[in-house]
Design a protein around this ligand. Structure first.
Ligand SMILES: [Zn+2]
Length: 98
């Protein structure tokens, strides 16, 4: 899917295969504890997945290399447009703070 922040800024984000094999993070960051969600260079978004509880992003930790997935919304988790909007902001911030 295409995630658009502005007319000039957009990304292609792919669904991840076998997302159930990837651990869910409840802390908004990698379970290794070395990375934090607000540190935009501590993780890379490698895809997304749609689960029974809604859309999630799939990340790869820049510190330990583990993959994990997480919700980025507290409400409207099944709303694809809202998900794309939230995701666009994160991707945009990652380019601002590389
Ligand atoms: Zn990690």
């Amino acid at each position: 899917m295409i995630v658009r922040f502005s007319d000039t800024e957009h990304w292609h984000i792919s669904p991840v295969a076998q997302p159930e094999t990837i651990e869910v993070s409840k802390s908004l960051s990698c379970m290794c504890g070395e990375a934090v969600f607000t540190d935009y260079k501590s993780f890379e978004i490698i895809g997304y997945t749609c689960t029974q509880s809604g859309y999630m992003i799939v990340c790869e930790c820049s510190k330990c290399g583990d993959k994990y997935r997480q919700h980025i919304q507290t409400t409207g988790r099944n709303d694809i447009e809202l998900f794309k909007k939230e995701l666009a902001v994160i991707l945009h911030l990652q380019t601002k703070f590389p």
